[in-house]
Design a binder for this molecule. Structure first.
Ligand code: SF4
Length: 259
């Protein structure tokens, strides 16, 4: 059987014309500038312990949809999105799991004159050609840990592909927003926060940084999917935890917005 995460495996299931979609949100305000049409694609190679959307993990759990139909749907919001200084964000799951489909969607959005954002961990970027990233105006990069051991603990996968992706986006001078999830007992140790900040400080084209506090919102999804939810007893991160994390980030030269 072909490895589903190999270039051959990806080509087997995803084409430029159709792909697996989890859901759409028409008034998103947190995934990029302005008001956004957010498209969530299925499929993700990571298994983040805090994932809020484990129902996106399996590619084929999604609905198979034509790019043409999705672009037609987006075109209905085009004028509104432009007036609202927003655009289209493609998230997941991990959108880079369906590179040909993703490129078609972004290309269609750019042809409509819409701002485009890619929400990714960067993990599968090696499967995507540069021509895909030419269609992306902003990268929302999730940095899940500051060292390989913690990254493997949080996601089950190595950190290096994310670092390589960040370097690739630096070479392409792509604007980036960074997001980091603060999880008590998992990612909030002071030394670890300094490592995360060190990675972010080394990326010159970061425009904004967000520290997202861990919330207990997704437990029921794991139950429904009969998956083990390892953070069941983990406390939520509070406002003071976020303030403390920002203090450490700022000591390392990382601020919420770059001037
Ligand atoms: S990368 Fe996103 S979708 Fe994938 S497991 Fe992590 S949080 Fe969930």
């Amino acid at each position: 059987m072909t490895d589903p995460l190999s270039p051959e495996g990806i080509r087997e299931v995803c084409t430029a014309r159709q792909g697996y979609v989890h859901s759409v949100e028409t008034g998103g305000t947190v995934d990029g500038p302005g008001i956004r049409f957010v498209l969530f694609l299925n499929g993700c190679p990571l298994r983040c312990k805090y994932c809020h959307n484990p129902d996106t993990w399996q590619l084929k759990r999604g609905t198979l949809r034509h790019a043409r139909d999705l672009l037609e749907e987006i075109s209905g919001y085009k004028d509104f999105l432009i007036r609202a200084k927003g655009g289209v964000t493609i998230s997941g799951g991990e959108p880079l799991m369906q590179p040909a489909f993703l490129e078609t969607l972004f290309k269609g959005c750019k042809e409509m004159g819409l701002h485009t954002a890619l929400d990714t961990s960067g993990h599968l970027h090696h499967l995507s050609p540069d021509s895909l990233f030419d269609q992306v105006d902003l990268v929302l990069l999730d940095i899940k840990a500051g060292n390989d051991a913690t990254h493997r603990k949080v996601t089950g996968k190595p950190l290096q592909p994310t670092l390589d992706f960040a370097a690739r986006m630096v070479r392409r001078e792509k604007p980036m927003w960074i997001r980091f999830v603060l999880v008590p007992g998992l990612t909030d140790a002071e030394d670890h926060l300094r490592e995360v900040a060190g990675i972010i400080a080394g990326i010159p084209n970061v425009q904004r940084v967000e520290i997202l506090p861990f919330h207990q919102l997704a437990g029921y999804k794991y139950e429904q999917l009969k998956l083990k939810y390892e953070l069941k007893d983990t406390p939520q991160a509070g406002a003071m935890d976020v303030v403390m994390a920002w203090r450490i980030f700022s000591e390392e030269g990382v601020y919420s917005a770059n001037p």
